[in-house]
Write a protein that binds this ligand. Structure first.
Ligand SMILES: Nc1ncnc2c1ncn2[C@@H]1O[C@H](COP(=O)(O)OP(=O)(O)OP(=O)(O)O)[C@@H](O)[C@H]1O
Ligand SMILES: [Mg+2]
Ligand SMILES: [Zn+2]
Ligand SMILES: [Zn+2]
Length: 322
């Protein structure tokens, strides 16, 4: 069973059986001790489990025919209850490392509505691609991934997080999220500790679904780039699902600088000069072309962070009484 059916009357989880929230962990004061991530919790409506009362197992009856002479016989067997599966998914979700800020990012909370038709169509397309990757994923038939390109605040990390949330909590996949600069930092730390590239990335190589955010940002050292190359190559060879977000353009070529009048070259329209392929190199780019569908949000897609701010009433500064 892939989806966990739960009563839909619960107002807290709306029948999902879990809630996703932000968790902040404060560790030793090394500057990197504070870790904020999205975690899932089994909803109160599922505790104790309404199916098994918290035992974790259910009796099911099975019919088995050992011989024609005796005929079919009915057996009572113990089977794990769905609540065990849910507990496992909830714990896998916490290990994915999704940023705390995106605890509320799901397909349901993504608004595919721009202030003109072109933007709305692009947002709908991006949401559609991410959603179908998430819904089509099966362990024995991993879905093709996607690379989403767009400007700051256009909803890229939201869609990566929503996809991981769905594949882990609804489909039972294992997943990892890494922002590229943190991935380079992990590689550097591993390298300084004398580990090989393969050892450092083993967790990311094996995840059913891997999300790499901000690909192309910053330049890795030769060892970091080699390790990234190895990571993508190994996932490519195993046919695992990889999803990526980037601020850089997915166009193969730079748009001509002297475009004929009346023609707006896509690259100029996007106002994104640098190409992803130039940032990450031909080898990685070419593998991504085979592993993923490419989606571009249009250059003028609003920065959602600013839009939210614009909607807020301006606070008046009140001078303290002298
Ligand atoms: N279409 C949308 N519907 C609902 N919320 C959105 C949408 N797009 C963005 N947001 C929200 O706006 C904020 C910024 O979005 P997000 O972090 O996904 O942007 P981004 O494209 O990853 O930006 P950056 O390039 O800076 O990383 C988040 O809180 C996100 O949930
Ligand atoms: Mg982002
Ligand atoms: Zn509930
Ligand atoms: Zn149960």
């Amino acid at each position: 069973m892939e989806a966990l059916v739960t009563p839909s009357s619960c107002l807290e989880c709306r029948g999902d059986g879990y809630r996703v929230e932000a968790e902040v962990q404060v560790g030793p004061g090394d500057g990197e001790g504070r870790r904020a991530r999205a975690v899932a919790r089994v909803c109160r409506c599922r505790e104790p489990c309404p199916h098994c009362g918290g035992r974790g197992f259910l009796y099911t009856s099975r019919q088995v025919e050992f011989s024609k002479k005796v005929g079919p016989k009915q057996y009572e067997a113990l089977a794990p209850c769905v609540c065990r599966l849910l507990a496992q998914r909830v714990s896998t979700f916490a290990q994915a490392g999704i940023p705390a800020h995106h605890a509320t990012s799901s397909f349901t909370t993504f608004r595919a509505k721009g202030d003109d038709q072109e933007k709305t169509a692009a947002l709908e397309q991006a949401l559609g691609v991410a959603r179908s990757v998430a819904q089509e994923w099966r362990r024995d038939r991993p879905a093709r991934g996607f690379v989403i390109s767009g400007r700051v605040g256009s909803g890229k990390t939201h869609l990566l997080s929503a996809t991981l949330r769905h594949v882990v909590l609804e489909r039972g996949a294992s997943a990892q999220y890494r922002e590229i600069s943190l991935l380079y930092a992990d590689i550097r730390r591993g390298f300084n500790a004398g580990k090989s590239g393969g050892e450092i990335i083993s967790r990311l190589v094996d995840a059913d679904v891997l999300a790499i955010d901000e690909l192309g940002r910053g330049r890795g050292s030769p060892f970091e780039m080699e390790t990234l190359d190895e990571l993508i190559a190994r996932r490519y060879n195993s046919g695992l699902t990889t999803i990526v977000a980037t601020n850089f353009s997915l166009e193969r070529e730079r748009a001509p600088s002297h475009a004929p009048r009346g023609f707006q070259a896509p690259e100029q329209a996007l106002d994104r000069e640098e190409l992803l392929v130039e940032r990450i190199g031909e080898r990685i780019y070419s593998r991504l072309c085979e592993m993923c569908d490419f989606v571009s949000l249009p250059g003028r897609t609003d920065d959602f962070r600013r839009t939210k701010q614009d909607g807020r009433p301006t606070r008046r500064l009140v001078r303290p009484a002298q």
